[in-house]
Design a protein around this ligand. Structure first.
Ligand SMILES: [Zn+2]
Length: 350
């Protein structure tokens, strides 16, 4: 393996990309074959003769899979026995172990074809939405609760169906209950949001509930949360996106200035739909966080701060393009950045 590391170091960029793609395909096919074999081993209960009381014990103690990896593979093996077309979907990369695991409890003879098809190439979040549409859950009751201090870790309940002989992944058992935020779709248009807050945040919530009592009589935290987020988004769009209800005519800034006027920022944000506009060989970047305003023709090369020359970039692509243009990677302190450095969306309008 050490030799292989020095071997890949000598690859061209193009060869390295195709090597990784080839290996990923191989890994998927190997995983699908492993799952098919585990399903058969499970049916024959061969783990018993190997001295293990369960397939899970066999996978962790004999095959040395992590508990998480064993759990996912066994769940996939059992559902693939009922619906073998899952194996092909795993092998071709249309589904992955996470999405199979999410779907496992919801597949039936009647719906599996349609549901598996709908889940192809979908993210975990998309599949959670699919399931929420299929099996809408009632709204979660609003609750503000004092939790015990997190001195003694407790095992949180596992989501999804538990296999009878599979222990919960131990990683979860070290996480105190309530410390993991939850944002989960319950039904179409309905979400459960759960998180733990500090004493200060709790006091703020209580004060907000009291002050809003005349309009939100029952102090519903979901309604207070929505009000707070509306105000936050409003404030953020004013400072980050330079959005305003009353755009000023704009000071007469020279287009040759490095500063990007608020009006240009507004138009660029709208045109690029608040998303990185970098287009690579596999299509446009999907990033919507850490966005920066990018001079297409760099400021240092005479590029002007006008709508036609400014696009949104995520932080990674902004740095990548600067590196492509100027050569050396730019690891520069914020206050020492050269004049061509692009202005960030987080800088306020002026
Ligand atoms: Zn990007």
């Amino acid at each position: 393996m050490n030799n292989y590391l020095s071997c890949v170091a000598s690859f061209s960029d193009k060869d390295l990309l195709s090597e990784v793609s080839r290996l990923t395909t191989g890994e998927r096919e190997a995983t699908a074959r492993l799952i098919a074999s585990l399903a058969e081993l499970d049916a024959r209960r061969l783990y018993l003769g190997e001295g293990c009381s369960s397939l899970f014990t066999y996978c962790t103690q004999v095959l040395h899979l992590s508990e998480h990896a064993a759990y996912g593979r066994i769940e996939a093996a059992r559902v693939a026995r009922r619906f073998p077309l899952i194996l092909g979907l795993l092998a071709e990369g249309s589904l992955n172990l996470t999405t199979v695991s999410l779907l496992a409890a919801h597949l039936t003879v009647e719906n599996h074809q349609e549901l598996l098809d709908a889940a192809r190439h979908k993210s975990k979040r998309d599949v959670e939405h699919l399931i929420a549409r299929l099996r809408p859950q009632p709204d979660a009751a609003a609750a503000v609760r004092k939790l015990p201090s997190p001195k003694t870790p407790q095992v949180p309940p596992l989501s999804g169906n538990m296999l009878p002989d599979v222990a919960p992944p131990s990683a979860a058992s070290t996480v105190p209950r309530g410390s993991r935020p939850v944002i989960a779709p319950l039904a179409p248009e309905r979400y459960k949001v759960q998180f733990t807050v500090s004493r200060e945040t709790y006091d703020k919530l209580r004060r907000a509930q009291d002050l809003l009592r005349h309009t939100i009589a029952n102090g519903d935290p979901a309604v207070v949360f929505d009000r707070a987020l509306t105000l936050l988004l409003d404030a953020l769009s004013k400072t980050k996106l330079a959005a305003t209800d009353h755009p000023r005519a704009g000071r007469t800034l020279s287009p040759a200035s490095r500063h990007i006027p608020a009006g240009v920022k507004r138009q660029v944000w709208k045109r690029d739909e608040g998303r990185c506009a970098f287009v690579g060989t596999n299509g446009r970047c999907k990033e919507t966080a850490f966005l920066e305003y990018h001079h297409v023709v760099p400021y240092a090369a005479g590029g002007e701060a006008v709508v036609e020359n400014v696009e949104l970039r995520c932080r990674a692509h902004n740095a990548y393009e600067a590196e492509q243009y100027f050569g050396a990677p730019l690891f520069v302190r914020e206050d020492a950045r050269p004049m061509f450095w692009n202005e960030r969306t987080r800088s306020g309008p002026s």
